[in-house]
Design a protein around this ligand. Sequence first.
Ligand code: GTP
Length: 445
Amino acid sequence: MLKKRYFSANSVISAITALIITMMALIACLMVYFLSVLDDNAMKDVHTRVSIALAIEKEHLHKLTIDYSYWDDAYTNVLAVPNPQWIEDNYQDYLLPTYNLTYIATITSDKQVQLHAQRECLELNPQNIYSSAILERLRGSEPASPAYQAKAFFSEADGQVFLVGVEPYRRENDGVVVDGAHLVLAQAIDDTYLAVLAERFRLPKLSLVAAGEYDDSMSLEGFLPASNIATIYWSSPHIMNRVAPYMIVILLAFLIITVVLARLLLNKDFRHRAQYQEELFEAATTDPLTNAANRRYFMTLGKKEFQLQLLQKHSLCLIVFDLDHFKLINDTHGHAVGDLALQHFAKICQDNIRATDLFARLGGEEFAAILPKVDQDKAIELANNIRLAISDAPLMVKEKSISLTVSIGLACLNQEKSLQALLDHADKALYLAKNSGRNVVKVYQ
Ligand SMILES: Nc1nc2c(ncn2[C@@H]2O[C@H](COP(=O)(O)OP(=O)(O)OP(=O)(O)O)[C@@H](O)[C@H]2O)c(=O)[nH]1
């Protein structure tokens, strides 16, 4: 009938588990955020490097075009009296391969295109070259015009994209524009060119795609602003894509290990606490010698039981036991044997009462039992059974038989208003039992 208070750790463990999961989710969100920032920066970085690379290429071609437009020989051998051998030697065999150009042309002052040199695999014709972009460049050939200041630009010819430099022929000594004819140097933007560009500027693999909007890309604008000719596309090294699977696996593993470890440690800790608490509870409520409830616990729990049965108008009886001439046992056989006699007596009592009864040692050789829902007749029967069981089972110590008897006082709930009152009545009955020769059961009337 001893009631134990159970210590539940489940709610604490669940709260800690939820906390760990929340922390992990927070860490995952932060990592995703930082990786996306890194990816974003990497994308911007590649974009900047591609635009710098193209700006340098434009600058370079522009300068090259200016350098060769100052060539007086060119004016003489290209415009004044075309000299095929000079053109082949200087343009086809020297300028084109040396600067890895795709074609070299002249646009005369009357807007005629003379194609001087082109890469072997190409089959451009002059009309292809005369793109609107180049025409626009020529229109802006007034030195004051902003278009005149334009560096090399992108143009399209025969379905191909070119970076072209267009500059008027000038006299070498004073830089005066001669005749209005223009030198055109062009570089095809093809896979080979893009591979060399990527290698030189340490860029990711570049490819030319139709003009459009992509994440990792840059539009190639023609001479006219807002005229997209094509788009250079690349694939940025997305750290997130590479790291995310590992990150998920590591976080999950960490989460599982942390939760399992936390649960194990907490469970162990709570088991110890519960065990300790149980030991404390046992110590506070139990008589260590006989293992019966102690007086304090008997009174605490007994009061509740008394009130409950009183409220429900159930019967309840209280028995008080007192071993007869116990002092004599101590004096004759020693205190240790007296202890054994107390244990022996408690065991017989506990074997005879129900699990729902409350049995306790009130002190010394005095014991008591509360019997809920038991009427007087049943209680007298039980008391006599115990009395007889004691007298019939002497204590055996070292083959010596020590006879024990017990006097019993009994009181059943009648007019009593408290447990103490019922206990007092049972004590009075016990007093009667002692006075009437012991080893009897007396009932308080
Ligand atoms: N061995 C042992 N003796 C105890 C313990 N507690 C009390 N006693 C002894 O129990 C004896 C009780 O003696 P009394 O109160 O005179 O009662 P009695 O000798 O049983 O006499 P009646 O009750 O009148 O039959 C005392 O000698 C106490 O020292 C205990 O835990 N162990």
